[in-house]
Design a protein around this ligand. Structure first.
Ligand code: CTP
Length: 401
C-alpha cells in the first residue's frame, strides 16, 4: 500500500487512451490512494463516466456545477485537497491550455488553483506530438515544475508508429508512487539560494562574467518549492530564465556586490542557504564612466577582490541555520573542497569536478559528491540537474535540526 492516505485528482481528457485511465484508477486505488476523477466534456465520449465513478468510488466531476441541483464543484477545494494532480491521458489541446492559463473547464481551473505537484501523461498522434507548438507547450510546463511522463515510441491508435503514445498505466502508477514516496515535507522552511553568474562592469557596455547558466540554482529552487519550502532565489544575469512558482521569490541582481548585499540582508529569514552562484572573485576597481575608446595602446584593468558571500553568511550563521556551498575544482578536488567547507564555515559542500564530462557549467547534467562537515562523503552518478537537485535537497532535509 504505497499510496495509503494519498489524495490524487486524476484528470482525464478526450483521447482514445482514456480507456487506460480505468486501469490506472484501479492501480492507484489498490495501492491505497483516494482518487477523485475529473473529466473534460470530450473525455466522456471516450469512456463512460459510470466506469470511472465505480472504479474510483466517487462521482466523477466534469462541470463547474451539477446541473440538477446547482451544487458548486469547487476547483479551489479540489486543488487544496490533492497531494497530486495527475492528468492522464493529456491531449495536445489540454496541454496547450495548461501552458497558456486557459480556464474553460473544471480540470483547467483545478490545475490553475492546485498547490500540489502536477504530472501529465501526453497522448496523441506523432505529428501532433512532434509539432513545435506542442513541444514548446511541454517545455513551458516542465519549466514551471510540472512532470511530463513520456513513453518510448510505439504503436499508435492511428496505426502509425512513433512518439505520442501514453505511458502504460503500470508505469504511471510507479512514477506516482515514486513522486509521493515519503519525502520529508519542507513546508515552513525558507531557503535562500544564490544562483547564476555575476557581471562586473568594466565600463557602461562591457563586463567581466562567466559561463554559469543558473540551471543548478533553478533546479534546486524548483525541487524545494515542490516540497513546500519558500525560496528566495537571488540570481545574477543567467542565460536561462528563473523558474516560476508561487513559492519562489526571484531577486534579480547583477554584480557580486549587489548579490552580497541582498544575501546578507535576507539570510535572517532563512533556515537554509545554498550558495550555487558562480560569483566573480574580482571586479574592476574603477569602472569607466564612459565607453572606453580604442586608442591603439594596450589596456590593463586593475581588479580588486569581491566579498566572499558564502564566507560572510558563514560568519553570520546562527546555530540553527544550515549553509551549503558549491566547489568547482580542477585539481586536488576533494582536499580543496574540504578546505573550502572549513574556511567558509559551511555545513555541506557540493563538489563538482570540471574533469567529469557532462558535469558543471552549461550542461543539463551534473556529477557531484556531497561532503558534510562531519566528514562523510557521498558520490553520485552523472544525472540530470533536476535529479541532482533532488539528491542535494534530500541530504539537506536529513541534516535539518
Ligand atoms: N562564493 C561566494 N562568493 C564569492 C565566491 C564564491 O559566495 N565571492 C561561493 C560560491 O557560490 C560557492 C563557494 O563559495 O558556493 C565556492 O566557490 P568557488 O569559486 O569554488 O570558491 P572560491 O572561494 O572563489 O575559491 P577559488 O576560486 O579560489 O577556488
Amino acid at each position: 500500500m504505497q499510496l495509503a492516505g494519498k489524495h490524487i485528482v486524476l484528470g482525464v481528457t478526450g483521447s482514445i487512451a482514456a480507456y487506460k485511465a480505468a486501469t490506472l484508477i484501479r492501480l492507484l486505488v489498490k495501492e491505497g490512494a483516494e482518487v477523485r476523477v475529473l473529466m473534460t466534456p470530450l473525455a466522456k465520449e471516450f469512456i463512460a463516466p459510470l466506469t470511472m465513478a465505480t472504479l474510483s468510488g466517487h462521482p466523477i466531476l466534469v462541470e463547474f456545477f451539477t446541473p440538477e441541483n446547482g451544487e458548486w464543484n469547487s476547483h479551489v477545494k479540489l486543488g487544496l485537497w490533492a497531494d497530486l494532480l495527475l492528468i492522464a491521458p493529456a491531449t495536445a489541446n489540454t496541454l496547450a491550455k495548461m501552458a497558456h492559463g486557459v480556464a474553460d473547464n473544471l480540470l483547467l481551473t483545478t490545475y490553475l488553483s492546485a498547490k500540489c505537484p502536477t504530472m501529465v501523461a501526453p497522448a496523441m498522434d506523432l505529428d501532433m506530438y512532434s509539432h513545435p507548438a506542442t513541444q514548446q507547450n511541454l517545455q513551458t510546463l516542465r519549466e514551471r515544475g510540472n512532470t511530463v511522463l513520456e513513453s518510448p515510441p510505439g504503436e499508435l491508435a492511428s496505426g502509425l508508429s512513433g512518439k505520442g503514445r501514453m505511458m502504460e498505466p503500470e508505469q504511471i502508477a510507479a512514477r506516482v508512487a515514486e513522486q509521493l514516496a515519503a519525502k520529508p515535507t519542507l513546508q515552513h522552511l525558507t531557503v535562500l539560494i544564490t544562483s547564476g553568474p555575476t557581471h562586473e562592469p568594466i565600463d557602461p557596455v562591457r563586463f567581466i562574467g562567466n559561463h554559469s547558466s543558473g540551471k543548478m540554482g533553478s533546479a534546486l529552487a524548483m525541487e524545494l518549492a515542490m516540497r513546500g519550502a519558500r525560496v528566495i532565489l537571488i540570481t545574477g544575469p543567467a542565460a536561462t530564465p528563473p523558474p516560476q512558482h508561487p513559492l519562489i521569490e526571484v531577486v534579480h541582481v547583477s554584480t557580486a556586490q549587489q548579490m552580497h548585499q541582498q544575501a546578507t540582508a535576507r539570510f535572517g529569514e532563512a533556515q537554509v542557504a545554498i550558495m550555487a552562484a558562480a560569483v566573480a572573485d574580482f571586479t574592476p576597481e574603477a569602472p569607466a564612466l564612459h565607453k572606453m575608446k580604442r586608442d591603439g595602446n594596450q589596456l590593463s584593468i586593475k581588479l580588486k577582490p569581491t566579498a566572499d558571500i558564502a564566507a560572510a553568511l558563514g560568519a553570520q550563521k546562527r546555530p540553527n541555520q544550515l549553509l551549503v556551498g558549491f566547489a568547482l575544482e580542477t585539481q586536488n578536488e576533494e582536499q580543496n573542497a574540504r578546505l573550502k567547507l572549513q574556511r567558509k564555515n559551511l555545513d555541506l559542500i557540493v563538489l563538482n569536478s570540471m574533469n567529469d564530462r557532462g558535469a558543471g557549467f552549461g550542461h543539463d547534467t551534473n556529477k557531484v559528491s556531497l561532503i558534510a562537515k562531519d566528514g562523510t562523503k557521498t558520490d553520485f552518478e552523472l544525472k540530470p540537474k533536476a535529479d541532482v537537485a533532488r539528491d542535494i535537497v534530500t541530504r539537506i532535509a536529513q541534516m535539518l535540526p
